[in-house]
Design a protein around this ligand. Structure first.
Ligand code: HEC
Length: 129
């Protein structure tokens, strides 16, 4: 009688161990395959999209020697924040410049870069300074 119970116990233990052993490597392999698959596709929105035009870099290269603080402070040229010019006038000003004051940039900048400046200048806030 005791022997019978002992045998059942041992069988149960044996089954449990075999199941456990065969289960572990399978599970680990599954997990590895999963994380490998997930790697090339990053979560949507995890990384901020790179702006098409790096306005601040362009500003530093083309405008900063006259417009200080990325347009927030007056230098040789006026501060650009709070400009009264509208989008079209801003575009014209940057493209054509102003004779005797500011060079035109239509030859050195692409249209989309000037557009980016217009958007950038319109987006400046006094409180940024
Ligand atoms: C050589 C110096 C110089 C450079 C370089 C320069 N500016 Fe100017 N900018 C001026 C001056 C001076 C004025 C003011 C002219 C006036 O009295 O209307 C001005 C005016 C402006 C205005 C009009 C502001 C307003 O409200 O009337 C904008 C916009 C502007 N600049 C943008 C730019 C941008 C963008 C760049 C770079 C792509 C740039 N500037 C490069 C000197 C410069």
């Amino acid at each position: 009688m005791i022997q019978a119970i002992w045998k059942t116990c041992m069988t149960a233990a044996f089954v449990a161990v075999t199941m456990g052993l065969s289960g572990v490597p399978l599970f680990a392999a599954d997990e590895a395959a999963e994380s490998k698959e997930a790697a090339p596709a990053p979560e949507p929105g995890a990384e901020p999209e790179k702006p098409r035009v790096d306005v601040r870099k362009l500003f530093a290269m083309n405008c900063s020697w006259c417009h200080d603080g990325y347009g927030l402070h007056a230098g040789k040229g006026p501060k650009l924040v709070g400009t009264k010019l509208n989008e079209k006038q801003l575009y014209e000003r940057i493209a054509k410049g102003k004779s005797g004051y500011m060079p035109g940039f239509e030859k050195t900048l692409k249209k989309e870069q000037i557009d980016a400046f217009v958007e950038y200048i319109k987006g400046l806030k006094e409180t940024d300074s």
